[in-house]
Design a protein around this ligand. Structure first.
Ligand code: PRX
Length: 633
């Protein structure tokens, strides 16, 4: 197990050590894992190239570190508790030994479908145990998984499958979410029509609804498992071989396939999991995120299972069947650490006290939040009503690209402050720069958040696009990893994340690129162009506002047109990307070179008339026109 810091002085000491001698620090932690062969080199890096390699030459398999390493001690311990959408359906539990058997059998299913080391496997599943099993089975045989959130449309799914050239898709007949059934198989079928690289579509039976079946490529999960042998030797991998691709939105263009490699990601997720949550053997840990996003990858699956934890996976939503669902799960499984998003908290808070006041949750010791800035009101509600004033809150700042948490309190070790992610974790060297890239030293400063030294969990590249990786993360401030976030370091040296500085909108903790949404809007036959911005929203944190220019609006059909534009976005991307508000305008403010000035549109929506000098715009008059129209709605 990785070492655990248990006091503030311990943290300060470890932090200093990790900065003074980063390679020695991480090598000590790496030693606690099982390697088939030790590494040749701890770290080789250059943020200018950019290139990062940790533990190159080290040979291992991450599933041996989850299973074989733990079996003697905790074969019979529960590894995974699966809580279904409907509370009347039975919970499923897997011990380490049982989960291992499932993973090995499915590894053989993949091998039977000719999946080899380095092949890509796309996974489009709801939150069912088979999702975890499929990911680990890929890791067992050295295949690269690419999990695609089950809320994505067929178009978005196809785009991701095509980019990774996946050989196999794993999906289900459908999924339960609250009182809805999601038709995953239909969506997958539509996507597969555009994905010639996929030879097999393995289908988990979850809802038993009627589905189309194509004998050539569709295979039932249970039939394939019945045929598979239970013993599956693991593929020996290099620490720098890819573990997975996870697509995320950027400020421009198509989603980026963030790539993580095995060794560094393993060490980093395990270390941060144990230390931030102060996990102790026997604790039950519940992260309410979806495995379709990085939080679920790192802190439902890999981090907890690497540390021999009992991890809860929940299929449903916080509001179903009532807004007490999380609290019921916490009491039912005697959860010790609970991790969720500010959006979920705000939505539960808005439902009223009656849904939580009768719940005393004595098992809870640590509360966590992630994905977006948490406002002070939600922080206090979490602290007082969920945690009964006795549980520290870990506000964890990180990103898909960082692999694991970066700035966060260690629960009960680092004193917290509402809405502050507090201090960097050991090994993390943040740097704040102004817009010119000049370093801002000392405390009480605000600027762009960069990291100046590599940590083991950093993404190594973007799938098939190293140039874009170089450009997006290392191109803006030379020699530094740029996060895209704004940050303030206060008078005590504590970090408060201010949100995205680029054209990325964080809606309910989901990361969306303005360009992606605009492209989807612009597909509408009546639309000429559009500009999308985020605006403050009580529950979602940020909501989407779209300014749309049409070539023609049929008389009296405004609402109908807005509806069809919204539907188009849902179909092209996902319902989460559908604009909350649309305003039809005559034109968009642009620079003379044609760049849309979203900054001005943001100010209009914030009712902040301080636009700066707009006289140099291509069309300065449009600003006042939009302002008047906006005030009218
Ligand atoms: O803006 C930051 C915000 O979420 C972004 C990363 O999104 P994603 O890659 O989808 O990963 C989300 C889960 C790790 C960041 O650039 N963010 C994440 N955590 C916090 C946060 N903003 C404020 N406070 C946080 N704790």
């Amino acid at each position: 197990m990785v070492p655990k810091i248990t006091s503030l002085s311990g943290y300060l000491h470890e932090y200093q050590r990790s900065i003074a001698n980063p390679t020695g620090f991480w090598a000590n932690i790496a030693e606690t894992f099982f390697w088939r062969k030790k590494w040749d080199n701890i770290l080789s890096w250059d943020f200018h190239k950019p290139k990062v390699e940790w533990f190159k030459g080290g040979k291992l398999n991450i599933t041996e570190n989850i299973f074989e390493r733990h079996l003697f001690q905790r074969g019979e311990q529960t590894a995974l508790i699966w809580e279904p959408n409907n509370p009347n359906e039975a919970t499923r539990k897997y011990t380490y030994e049982e989960l291992f058997l499932e993973v090995k059998s499915f590894a053989n299913v993949l091998r039977n479908h000719a999946v080899k080391k380095g092949d890509r496997v796309a996974i489009y599943l709801p939150m069912v145990p088979e999702l975890t099993i499929a990911m680990l089975a890929c890791a067992r045989i050295g295949a690269i998984h690419s999990v695609i959130f089950a809320g994505f449309s067929s178009n978005a799914l196809a785009e991701r499958i095509q980019d990774a050239e996946a050989k196999v898709l794993i999906t289900s007949d459908g999924g339960f979410r609250g009182d809805k059934i999601i038709n995953l198989k239909d969506t997958a079928d539509e996507a597969l029509a555009k994905c010639p690289t996929v030879d097999s579509n393995i289908v988990v039976k979850r809802t038993s609804q009627n589905i189309q079946w194509n004998n050539k490529i569709d295979f039932w999960w249970h039939d394939e498992m019945d045929k598979a042998c239970e013993d599956a030797p693991s593929e020996v991998m290099d620490a720098e071989d890819p573990l997975f691709i996870l697509y995320t939105s950027g400020s421009t263009g198509q989603p980026k396939g963030v790539l993580h490699t095995i060794g560094g990601y393993m060490i980093y997720t395990a270390y941060t999991f144990r230390n931030v949550f102060q996990y102790s053997s026997g604790d039950v840990y519940f992260c309410a995120a979806d495995i379709g996003w990085i939080t679920g990858h790192s802190y439902i699956v890999y981090g907890p299972l690497l540390e021999g934890a009992t991890t809860v996976m929940f299929e449903g939503t916080p509001l179903y069947p009532t807004p007490s669902r999380y609290w019921e799960i916490i009491n039912k499984h005697e959860v010790n650490q609970f991790y969720t998003s500010p959006t979920a908290l705000r939505s539960l808070m808005s439902k009223g006290q009656e849904w939580i006041e009768k719940f005393n949750m004595p098992s809870l010791r640590v509360l966590g939040t992630v994905g977006e800035p948490i406002n002070e009101e939600a922080w206090h509600w979490y602290h007082d009503h969920v945690g009964g004033n006795k549980c520290p809150i870990v506000d964890t700042w990180w990103q898909t690209e960082t692999g694991g948490m970066m700035i966060s309190p260690l629960a009960g070790v680092i004193p917290t402050k509402p809405a502050f992610a507090t201090l960097p974790l050991p090994g993390i060297q943040p740097l704040i720069v102004d817009n010119e890239g000049d370093k801002l030293c000392g405390n009480s400063v605000e600027g762009n958040l960069c990291i100046k030294f590599p940590w083991p969990g950093i993404a190594r590249t973007l799938w098939n696009n190293h140039d874009r990786y170089s450009d997006v993360y290392f191109g803006k401030y030379k020699g530094l990893f740029y996060t895209g976030d704004g940050v303030r370091r206060d008078e005590d040296g504590y970090y408060r994340i201010l949100g995205r500085m680029d054209d990325v909108i964080n809606v309910s903790g989901h990361r969306l690129g303005t360009a992606e949404i605009e492209n989807a809007i612009n597909e509408h036959p009546l639309v000429t162009e559009s500009a999308v911005i985020g605006y403050k929203h009580e529950i979602k944190g940020k909501a989407i506002f779209a300014f749309v220019v049409c070539n023609h609006i049929p008389e009296g059909a405004d609402d109908e047109l807005k509806n069809s534009i919204g539907k188009g976005v849902s179909m092209m991307i996902s319902a989460i990307a559908r604009p909350d508000k649309i305003l039809f305008v005559e034109g968009l403010p642009k620079t003379r070179s044609g760049k849309i000035m979203r900054r001005i549109l943001r100010k209009i929506v914030e009712n902040n008339g301080d636009y700066g000098d707009i006289s140099t715009l291509l069309n300065p008059d449009i600003v006042e026109q939009i302002e008047i129209q906006y005030k009218d709605i």
